[in-house]
Structure formats: structure tokens, C-alpha cells
Design a protein around this ligand. Structure first.
Ligand code: ADP
Ligand code: MG
Length: 566
């Protein structure tokens, strides 16, 4: 099974090249030429699929990257540089990738509409500059030479197919690797990405770089197709249209970007045949885009549903049947020590002089009414609130810096809200979060222990309660020193709480991880936690061994009417 799966992409690639060969021989010359244009568009769309589809960033300058590729190929051709077309094509792609990193820099700070404005502005500026400068060699009419073996249209078409297949394979493998998981993760939640110890910056920049490299290759290929590059092929409005096509065709689905490519070439071609001015093409693309954005779906996903079977019900937990139990170990001295933690949000004091100690191999329960500051506590300890007062020590060393730095130092956390990227499979997500080599057996064992769905299940098909436990499993597999859990049972039916509590109690012994557990269900807290800290209005109300704390009159008073208490 594994082997078949591993070979499948190569088999599909070989088939695609075979089909390309048949088409290059069998198609009418006119369609061969249109086919080349579609492939050029397709490679560019593949790039947009990475930056927009996978990583969730708006990029409206994809054809500017195309222009960079075209520029490099034209310049090297005019200079009669060594290596020939194919080498120039690669260099054009790399140069565009470099420009992509520069364009990606603003994306580290900007999101949504602001990033759209910046990238579109860049496309417009590049557009004007190109018209002024023109491409190298154009003025003297030096057209770009195709490689000898691919000089006629039919064989150049086949070359384009091979380049396209290579690009698709590249994207396929990148998406399955660490970069790809990072793209999906930042698209869904930057906080979730940082909490996994991953760099949001790296994810964004690699997405821009890969996307721009593909844009550059596409531009270089176009130059070989037409011989001379012109600014009219790389205008800002065309970049905008390409973006719309990427959205509506679902270009992040590697096989479906082809729909966008067909429209990219087909719409202008039909307009030409019917004698309608070309500008109407942008109106058509605009309407298609509005349709896709307002319906929230895209053509690619809809087409895919026709032939990919989907399991109907979301995958759930199966916690009920007990697994072998490991006896809890006796908690040791504190591994995480928090002193004098204070957080203010404007006028609201969310935390004030909070001291917390998580014992080694223990589970500390943190309870308190809604709004007591429990989630703020986790945010502050894990580095998400940069101006929090107080000190945090892990293993006797000060823990400072960004959330991803703290995660890498051995402090992990989960979130009260769902931060698990639905675009990944369970296994890819676990590997991404764990940040270390995991054997299939280790993954299966941990999933099984928590009753989570199989490693191959897409997270989009996992119900929210189970998804939050997959998050817990991922962070446990990272083997941190301490894991902070923010209401991990909140998405589970109450009937599952006891079984979940049993698992949680074994976590320190099984995974060697000490736990801080925020929880509303006092039965669960009672069954799991040796020590408890109670927060109320941002202050520690009581702290100590379970029996003492839960019998404290002040705690009873604070909790009166809050939960189904004691
Ligand atoms: P808990 O998790 O115990 O329910 P929180 O830590 O979420 O409580 O919130 C503690 C207090 O801080 C609440 O009064 C809440 O309204 C406030 N608070 C939390 N986050 C913010 C924020 N980003 N901006 C302003 N106030 C906040
Ligand atoms: Mg909370």
C-alpha cells in the first residue's frame, strides 16, 4: 500500500507526459499553440495555489514574477550566455524566487486587504517600468532561441508539458513536507503555528519564494514560446485576473489548477472568435470571481467531489474502551515556576501577581470562573503577551522570547479555540507539531491512546472535539518539558470526560511531560490533578493539594452558582 502510494505521483506524471506526447503529435497546430499558453498559465496558477491557496495570503503580482523570469531569459539570450535556454529558464525561476522573498517581506506584517494593495501596487509599478525599459534584446529584434531539440511548436509544447509536470511534482512533494504543513498552518492560524515552535516568517517567505519561482519559470517559458517578451503579457490587471482564476478554480488543488488554465486561455480565445473586444474577458473573470467568493466554494472542489468519495460523518473519538494503564509517577520538584505574573488590557487587569508552580511529572489543575484570567495565564507563560510582568522559569532557567522560541525550549500549549489546520491530514499535522522524527508506530500508539481517528484521516473530516485532542497528541509527541492545556475537554461530550481524565492522568508517566490543565469540569479536575490553583478576577484565590483547595471556604464561595460544584 505504502509503495503504491509512493509511486503513484510518478505514475501520474509519466501518464501526463505520455498524454502530452500524444497531444503534441495529434493536435492541430493552432491548438498546440493554445495548449502552450494554457501550460504557461497553469504553471503560474500553480504558484498562486501555493501562496494563496495553501498559505492563505493575497498576492496580486504573480505576473510580475513572470516578467522577472522573462527578463532573465531575454537578457541571457541577448548576451549569448552559456548554458542555453533550459539553464536560463531555471535561472529566471530562481531570480523570480528571490524577488518573491523581497515581496514576501511586507507580508510578514501585512494581512488581507493591506497585502493586496501592496502587491497590486508593486504589479502596477513593475508594469509601468517595463513599458519604459522594454525587455532586453527586443529593440534589436533578438528573439529567444529555443533549445535545438525543441525548436518547432510541437516539440516545444512537449517540453512545456515536461516542465509543467516537473513543477507539479515539486509542489506535490513540498506540500507534503514541512514547508507545506507550515503553509497550511499559517493560513489557518499564525498563533497555532508559533505554538508549534514553527516560524511564521519562514512559512510565509517560503510560500512567496516557491510561488514566485513558478511564476518566473512560467514567464521564461512564455518567452521561449513567443520569441520576444512584451510588457503587455505581464500587466497588473492580468495578475488580478489570474488571482481570480486561482480562487475560483481552486488552484491549491494541484490537479484542478488546470480548470483555471483552460479559462485563462479559453475566454480570450472565444471572445476573439466572436469578435468581442478582449477587455470583456476581465468582466467575465470578475463575475466568476464574485461568484466564487460569495459562494465560498470553488470549481475545483466541486469537480473533485464528483469523483473523490467522502466519508459522510466526521471522524470522532473512540475513548470508551480502556487501554492498558500505566501507574502515575510521584510528582517531583517544580519544573515550571511562574512568579508575579501581571497582565493588563487597557483598564482591565486580567492577571495580578500570579504565582504558579507545575511539579515535575505532575498535573496542576487551574480552575476559576469565566473571565478569571486562565487563558491569559497560558498566553503570558507561552510568550504571546510580550508586555506581561513577572518571570517564568523552566528547569530553573528563565524562559523568555517569542512563542516559537519558548515552544522549542520545551514549553508547549494548546488553545481554547480550534487552531488545527483543516487542510492537513492527522499524520502531517502531528509531524509538523512534534518537530522531530516520529515512527508510524509511535504516531499510531499515541493516537490510539487518546482514541483519536486514524493518522491518514484529513483533519477537515474530524469533529471538533477530536481535533482538539489531536492537537494535544501532537504537542505530547513533541516531548516538551511542560504542556499547558486550555480546556482540552471542552469539545467532548460529558460522557467522555471520565475516559479522557484517565488518559490525562497517565500522561506524565507515558510521555514524560508535566501538565498544567485548565478545566471547567471539576469532576475531571478532581480525578486528574494532584495540586490545584484557583484563579478569581486575575488573582490566585487558593493553591495547594487538591483536598485542601477544594475544601477552602473562599473557593466554595467563588464557585457558588458557577458550576455543578463539589
Ligand atoms: P478565562 O480564560 O479565565 O475565561 P480570560 O483569560 O480569557 O479568562 O480573560 C480574562 C480577562 O481578560 C477577561 O476579563 C477578559 O475580558 C479580558 N481579556 C482577555 N483577553 C483580552 C484582550 N485581548 N483584550 C482585552 N481584554 C481581554
Ligand atoms: Mg479561557
Amino acid at each position: 500500500m505504502r509503495l503504491v502510494e509512493r509511486l503513484l505521483p510518478f505514475a501520474v506524471a509519466a501518464l501526463a507526459i505520455g498524454a502530452g506526447y500524444a497531444l503534441s503529435a495529434g493536435l492541430d497546430g493552432y491548438f498546440v499553440y493554445l495548449g502552450m499558453s494554457a501550460i504557461v498559465g497553469r504553471i503560474s496558477l500553480l504558484g498562486l495555489g501555493v501562496v494563496t491557496g495553501s498559505a492563505g495570503m493575497i498576492s496580486l503580482c504573480q505576473l510580475t514574477f513572470g516578467a522577472v523570469g522573462a527578463w532573465v531569459v531575454s537578457a541571457l539570450n541577448a548576451a549569448e550566455a552559456p548554458g542555453g535556454f533550459l539553464v536560463w529558464l531555471v535561472l529566471g525561476g530562481l531570480a523570480a524566487g528571490l524577488v518573491g522573498v523581497l515581496v514576501g517581506l511586507p507580508a510578514l506584517r501585512l494581512r488581507g486587504i493591506n497585502l493586496a494593495v501592496v502587491t497590486l501596487g508593486l504589479a502596477a509599478a513593475a508594469d509601468l517600468t517595463l513599458v519604459q525599459l522594454q525587455f532586453p534584446g527586443v529593440a534589436s529584434g533578438i528573439s529567444v532561441e529555443r533549445p535545438d531539440a525543441f525548436s518547432d511548436d510541437r516539440s516545444y509544447f512537449l517540453l512545456a508539458v515536461v516542465v509543467l509536470v516537473g513543477c507539479c511534482l515539486g509542489v506535490y512533494f513540498l506540500r507534503r513536507g514541512r514547508w507545506g504543513s507550515g503553509w497550511q498552518a499559517v493560513a489557518f492560524s499564525e498563533r497555532g503555528t508559533a505554538a508549534a515552535g514553527a516560524s511564521v516568517r519562514t512559512s510565509k517567505l517560503t510560500a512567496f519564494a516557491v510561488s514566485a519561482t513558478l511564476g518566473g519559470i512560467s514567464g521564461g517559458l512564455l518567452t521561449g514560446q513567443v520569441g520576444l517578451a512584451f510588457p503587455a503579457s505581464f500587466t497588473a490587471i492580468q495578475s488580478l485576473a489570474l488571482y481570480v482564476l486561482a480562487i475560483m478554480s481552486g488552484a491549491h488543488l494541484i490537479d484542478m489548477a488546470i480548470l483555471g488554465a483552460v479559462l485563462w486561455v479559453g475566454v480570450p480565445e472565444l471572445l476573439k472568435r466572436w469578435g468581442v473586444p478582449q477587455d470583456w474577458g476581465f468582466v467575465v473573470f470578475g463575475l466568476l470571481g464574485i461568484q466564487a467568493l460569495t459562494s465560498g466554494g470553488n470549481l475545483g472542489t466541486a469537480v473533485r467531489r464528483l469523483w473523490y468519495r467522502r466519508s459522510g460523518a466526521p471522524a470522532k473519538l473512540e475513548l470508551a474502551d480502556a487501554t492498558t494503564t500505566v501507574e502515575p509517577v510521584v510528582p517531583g520538584p517544580p519544573v515550571l515556576v511562574v512568579r508575579g505574573l501581571g497582565v493588563r488590557f487597557g483598564e482591565v487587569t486580567a492577571l495580578s501577581s500570579v504565582d504558579i508552580e507545575v511539579p515535575e511529572h505532575g498535573v496542576l489543575g487551574v480552575i476559576g470562573p469565566n473571565g478569571a484570567g486562565k487563558s491569559t495565564l497560558v498566553d503570558a507563560i507561552s510568550g504571546f503577551l510580550a508586555d506581561a510582568e513577572g518571570s517564568v522559569e523552566l528547569d530553573g532557567r528563565p524562559l523568555t522570547g517569542s512563542p516559537s522560541k519558548r515552544a522549542r525550549a520545551g514549553l508547549r500549549r494548546t488553545f481554547q479555540q480550534d487552531r488545527v489546520p483543516p487542510g492537513l491530514r492527522v499524520e502531517a499535522y502531528l509531524r509538523f507539531v512534534a518537530r522531530r522524527r516520529l515512527s508510524a508506530a509511535e504516531i499510531a500508539g499515541a493516537l490510539d491512546f487518546f482514541g483519536c481517528p486514524d493518522a491518514r484521516t484529513p483533519l477537515s473530516e474530524v469533529d471538533v472535539g477530536a481535533r482538539r485532542l489531536v492537537e494535544v497528541v501532537g504537542h505530547l509527541l513533541a516531548r516538551p518539558r511542560v504542556l499547558l492545556l486550555d480546556e482540552p475537554a471542552a469539545g467532548l461530550p460529558h460522557s467522555e470526560h471520565v475516559a479522557f481524565g484517565e488518559r490525562l492522568r497517565q500522561v506524565p508517566a507515558r510521555f514524560g511531560v508535566s501538565v498544567l490543565l485548565i478545566e471547567h469540569d471539576l469532576d475531571l479536575v478532581r480525578s486528574v490533578c494532584d495540586t490545584i490553583t484557583v484563579l478569581d478576577f486575575g488573582r490566585v484565590l487558593a493553591s495547594g493539594p487538591q483536598a485542601e483547595v477544594l475544601a477552602d471556604p473562599a473557593v466554595l464561595k467563588a464557585y457558588m452558582g458557577e458550576t455543578e460544584l463539589l
